[in-house]
Design a protein around this ligand. Structure first.
Ligand code: DWN
Ligand code: SAH
Length: 405
């Protein structure tokens, strides 16, 4: 039995991926002699409806001075965060007297928009290399992990925030009570805490199991987020579905009673209950669905290998660490992964040791099949590559099922 990180109830995991490495630990061969692994299992707590990793590596193993993910590698995401920032500015009528704090600002992809509009903003980012990238854009960044003590310090060094924002970060943090206490401390009475993360409902529906890796300790729903907010005298007041990262949800939290709860919150909670996301049954078929994708993909890759086809992959995502390690995809099935991120290039992928090569070499490699690990960016990538992916070249995708196109 595992103990829930939110309500301390005991629960049983519903899927077990075995031992997994750190998803972003791209490294050269010499550094891979004794790769760290942890047992990756996910469970549902019926006390608070939270879906969570049973165990997570120490945060310093994942977020440090060589963090491999730079947010601005997707043009679509740059646009997405511009719209996100503007929507919050409009909603809260932010101006030069306001303060926006972003938890996990990475390379400044969101805050650069506030900076441009002369709205005071502050990033909190523990991974030094990406924090430096944000600072290089002129953004003020505190290179630390956000928690309640830091929130208190910010109220003194700066002031209370009109908006606290976060994207694809909340689901990374196991010590949620300290985060929500911090939000309670730092947020103005009429302020809003807006965050988005991959949405549990989409992950179950699409079997997007690769959203599960070391960094993603929680898969949120309106049910679990509402429960958590309530524990801290906060309230879930709005929800807005997003198409990013294969289906995300943007949650707006306010001090209890300070804002009206939207009909969308009520509707989504009703929908989640009707889908049974508040009961263990909803999760019982998940592992079988993942294994079906595994069997189909491995069969396809083995068949292509036997036919002498050249198969490469596109996008050395964190998600791909779960796919390659759980499925057993090694360089004899997929010879390399092309990626635009310099820090990942000329390294090996965690666990599976597939070489990661600079994107610039992708076209000259002349592949027959391209396994799209960055499937969440498929619209952007397929458009970019449409002139190249002709003459018998094919994409392979595997969420929600294995397909060749
Ligand atoms: O939650 C998280 C999300 C926001 O980002 C983090 N825990 C870590 C990371 O997850 P990921 O690595 O699965 O994210 P992406 O955005 O799916 O990664 C895309 C990868 O593909 C990057 O390494 C960049 C690369 N890429 C590329 O080579 N060409 C991406 C695009 C759009 C491209 O055109
Ligand atoms: N917001 C960006 C980055 C997501 S990657 C985007 O959506 O693209 C996750 C980020 O969370 C990393 O940059 C990591 O360093 C940061 N992070 C992890 N734990 C954190 C914490 N306790 N406080 C603030 N940031 C944290």
């Amino acid at each position: 039995m595992s103990k829930c990180l939110i309500c301390e109830n005991e629960y049983l995991p519903f899927v077990d991926f075995g031992d997994m490495p750190i998803a972003n630990a791209f490294a050269i061969k010499e550094e891979m002699d004794d790769e760290y692994t942890f047992p990756m299992k996910v469970g549902f707590c019926d006390g608070c409806n939270m879906v969570q990793l049973a165990e997570q590596p120490d945060r310093e193993k994942m977020f440090h001075e060589n963090y491999a993910f730079f947010s601005s590698t997707s043009n679509y995401m740059v646009e997405h965060f511009k719209n996100f920032a503007h929507s919050v500015s409009d909603l809260q009528s932010l101006d030069s007297e306001s303060l926006v704090v972003e938890i996990g600002c990475n390379d400044g992809i969101m805050l650069q928009n506030f900076l441009k509009d002369k709205i005071p903003c502050l990033g909190v980012e523990p991974s030094k290399n990406v924090a430096n990238a944000a600072a290089g854009k002129g953004i003020e960044v505190i290179n630390q992990f956000f928690d309640q003590p830091l929130a208190k310090k910010i109220t003194i060094s700066h002031k209370k925030a009109d908006a606290i924002l976060s994207a694809n970060v909340m689901c990374h943090i196991p010590y949620m009570h300290s985060i929500y206490d911090g939000v309670k401390t730092l947020l103005k009475h009429d302020g809003i805490f807006v965050f988005e993360d991959p949405y549990l409902g989409e992950i179950i529906e699409k079997t997007s199991f690769d959203q599960i890796y070391d960094e993603h300790v929680f898969l949120f729903s309106a049910l679990s987020v509402g429960y958590l907010a309530n524990m801290h005298d906060l309230e879930l007041v709005n929800v807005e579905p997003q198409i990013t990262h294969g289906g995300s949800m943007r949650y707006t939290i306010a001090h209890k009673g300070a804002k009206t709860v939207s009909q969308d919150v009520i509707n989504l909670i009703d929908k989640e209950k009707s889908l049974g996301l508040n009961s263990a049954n909803a999760y019982s078929g998940f592992a079988d669905n993942v294994n079906k994708i595994r069997d189909d993909l491995i069969m396809l890759l083995k068949k292509l290998k036997s036919e002498g086809k050249k198969v490469v992959a596109y996008g050395a995502t964190s998600k791909s660490t779960t796919v390659t390690n759980y499925f057993g995809i090694t360089p004899d099935l997929v010879e390399c992964i092309y990626d635009t991120t310099p820090i990942k290039q000329n390294k090996l992928s965690p666990g599976a040791h597939i070489p990661v090569l600079p994107y610039e070499q992708f076209r000259e490699s002349n592949p027959d099949y391209v396994l799209l690990f960055a499937w969440n960016h498929s619209a952007e990538i397929m458009k970019k590559e449409q002139d190249f992916m002709t003459n018998g070249r094919h994409w392979i995708t595997y969420i929600p099922k294995v397909e060749v196109s």
